[in-house]
Design a protein around this ligand. Structure first.
Ligand code: ZN
Length: 541
């Protein structure tokens, strides 16, 4: 197998892709090399940027440098001794409407020049196209994909199967399903560039999931034309492993400088908010005063450093199991990204199925955008599907102390001791549960397990989080048959809604219930009185 997954988080992975010219660590961003205008020499990318792989356009090479590239091979032609991927010319097709080569010629050319990773001549759907046109692009691409396996002659090239369909998600799904039946080693989602340029990240989320869910997880997935540091984390989290970027150079030519919060014009900057080798040694004024060609090169270098730094942050986040936290941070850099993050609510099961079950590290809960992260969703599912009451008749619902594990505390021991003293054997029928955001109900038996053992919640809670937590507690009370229920109230945002729901459900189910403050509950005398009362009620029940 050419691809090996080493670490994973959400649907994102850190992996290794083996090619004839070396191994690429993924997620990876392959800078697009334009053989006609190139601000950073491929050799510099290898030596200074430590890049293992680049991508270039086979059609441009074929039309302008054919003999030369065939004679030298694409690696020597570019002066790059790493991995060279070639794109087919589909982008030219999208922009100029037609290209002057047959699909077979494009395949054979890529084999002859020695591409490590090669792409069939697909027909990009683009956007703002009719459904009929979109269907045609899917059909033609699939037909060409099938033909590839009749005439390709080399076994050491990794072939990319592009998925089309554009914004017609059912077509994207169909395209992915049918392409996945063919023996490609890498799959790619075609032409979301227009979505990127218009910040339509929510549509991008839909498109990626529609395609990705039909492609085997053991294979890498490339997102064409999407190399902006803003959205890389989102795409990785949904299962994209490879990216190509022409943006670093295109933006640079237009005098645009990438930042963590988007792209800005260099003349609008008073300071350079970056410490890459370019920015560490210059000021915006100095960059502006450079001759145009020099400025182009300097900005391209900075932009590429920005993209690569983000790729490294993403890899590290996957390794540490905090890709979700990283997404939340990125989502605050543009409203469209926050909208896209919220869209993940639709795909919570998709993400949950692909996320690790335990992690080395605790979880940070910031606000309601974290309610749909896999850990929260998974816990809720399991609380209701797998957790069973055994012989428990009395529920004591306590606010979870923020600082420590309750089941190891002195208070918990005292509670258990007094319960045994007063209730004897019936003490076993008491069930202690904690309540907290975002998990809702935490039966004491589960308190030491992941992710309940280690999480930090930001306070005060927002309205949606309060609703979410109270809904879980309500459902828990409805679905579990206790005879007696005690609620110890907390002073936080949950207090009022929880009291209301608690009383309402207990009344409806005919459960003996009582609400108490912390002061009314804790203390030896209070507990004794409470357990005696419980004893009475159990006898009557
Ligand atoms: Zn910089």
């Amino acid at each position: 197998m050419a691809f090996e997954v080493r670490e994973h988080d959400l649907a994102g992975r850190v992996g290794r892709l083996k090619t004839r010219s070396g191994i690429i660590e993924t997620p990876a961003l392959l800078p697009v090399i334009n053989p006609r205008v190139q601000p950073i020499a491929p050799r510099e990318m290898r030596e200074k940027f430590k890049l293992k792989a680049v991508i270039t356009n086979a059609y441009i090479l074929m039309k302008n440098f054919s003999e030369h590239v065939i004679k030298e091979g694409v690696h020597r032609f570019l002066d790059f001794d790493g991995v060279v991927m070639t794109d087919s010319g589909a982008y030219q097709l999208l922009v100029y409407g037609e290209i002057d080569a047959t699909p077979r010629e494009v395949v054979e050319f890529q084999e002859r020049i020695g591409s490590d990773i090669a792409t069939i001549l697909d027909v990009p759907t683009g956007w703002n196209v009719s459904r009929r046109r979109a269907e045609e692009t899917v059909e033609t691409t699939i037909k060409r994909a099938e033909e590839l396996f009749q005439y390709k002659s080399r076994e050491d090239v990794l072939w990319v199967g592009p998925i089309q369909g554009g914004l017609y998600l059912d077509l994207v799904e169909e395209s992915a399903r049918r392409m996945s039946a063919l023996p490609f080693q890498i799959y790619a989602l075609g032409s979301p560039t227009a979505l990127m340029e218009n910040y339509l990240f929510t549509d991008l989320v839909d498109m990626i999931v529609s395609a990705r869910r039909h492609i085997p997880e053991s294979l890498p997935f490339h997102l064409f034309g999407a190399g902006h540091p803003l959205m890389l984390a989102l795409a990785v989290a949904l299962g994209c492993d490879l990216f190509d970027s022409a943006a670093y150079a295109i933006f640079a030519r237009e005098g645009r400088y990438m930042t963590d919060w988007g792209t800005v014009r260099i003349e609008d900057l008073r300071w350079l908010p970056c410490s890459c080798p370019v920015c560490a040694e210059s000021t915006p004024r100095e960059l502006l005063e450079l001759p145009e060609d020099e400025r182009f090169k300097a900005l391209a270098r900075h932009n590429l450093y920005m993209c690569l730094a983000e790729i490294k942050r993403i890899r590290q986040s996957i390794r540490e199991g905090r890709l979700w936290e990283h997404l939340e941070v990125k989502a605050r850099s543009h409203p469209s990204l926050l909208s896209a993050l919220k869209r993940l609510k639709r795909y919570v099961r998709y993400l949950e199925e692909r996320s690790p079950v335990t992690k080395r590290r605790g979880l940070f809960f910031f606000d309601s955008s974290g309610l749909f992260r896999p850990e929260v969703y998974r816990y809720k599912e399991r609380l209701f599907e797998r957790f069973r009451l055994e012989g428990k008749k009395v529920l004591i619902l306590l606010p979870k102390p923020s600082s420590k594990q309750f089941f190891t505390s002195h208070e918990y021991r005292e509670l258990k001791n007094l319960a045994s003293k007063v209730l004897g054997g019936e003490a076993e029928s008491i069930h202690i549960c904690l309540y907290d955001a975002p998990f809702g109900v935490i039966p004491i038996e589960l308190e030491g397990t992941y992710p309940l053992a280690q999480y930090v919640t930001a306070k005060p809670l927002d309205r949606e989080t309060v609703d979410f937590v109270v809904d879980i507690i309500e459902r828990y009370l409805r679905e579990n048959d206790y005879k007696v229920a005690l609620l110890v109230e907390s002073d936080g945002e949950l207090k009022e809604r929880l009291a209301e729901v608690f009383e309402e459900v207990c009344k409806r189910k005919g459960v003996f219930y009582e609400r108490l403050t912390n002061d009314e509950f804790w203390g030896r005398e209070n507990l004794k009185r409470i357990f005696k009362a419980i004893n009475e009620k159990l006898k009557r029940a």
